[in-house]
Design a protein. Structure first.
Length: 150
């Protein structure tokens, strides 16, 4: 298994905080109430997790776009097309309530993992990309499941 560089690992793990925060607040009504009174209602479960999830899917579209710039010919075109799908998925599927938004984000992150594998198989992602993405996506899916099935 390739070694994940320290900076991407730390930043990736830090990026999990809103997902973990949302899952914890979903499981603890007392924590969620404290967040609402001490911070802001947008920082409560499930809002923080669902808004952030849509942002991250859009961010990952940009990452995949960057990978597509390394491709040539028809693979380059296909890479650009595939790269915009996570952002479009987030835009079109995260309305309609917390349960459906969480489920749709779960689908989006699972599909993103398939796109990550595709770009890695094409040799466009660094060798440590898939170990990092598997770790992060697994945790994201667990956190979103807490919201979807709470």
């Amino acid at each position: 298994m390739p070694h994940i560089p320290r900076s991407p690992l730390i930043l990736g793990l830090a990026g999990l905080l809103p997902f973990l925060w949302g899952a914890a607040a979903t499981m603890s009504p007392d924590l969620n109430q404290w967040i609402m009174s001490a911070l802001h209602p947008r920082m409560t479960a499930p809002h923080v997790q669902l808004f952030y999830g849509a942002i991250i899917l859009s961010f990952m579209s940009g990452v995949l776009w960057g990978f597509a710039t390394k491709a040539d010919g028809s693979r380059e075109t296909l890479g650009y097309i595939l790269s915009v799908l996570p952002a479009l998925w987030a835009f079109f599927t995260t309305g309609g309530g917390p349960t459906s938004a969480a489920l749709n984000l779960m689908i989006g992150f699972a599909a993103l993992l398939i796109l990550d594998m595709t770009f890695a198989r094409w040799g466009l992602a660094p060798p440590w990309w898939m170990p990092l993405r598997l770790l992060l996506t697994g945790i994201v899916l667990i956190c979103l499941a807490v919201t979807a099935f709470a």
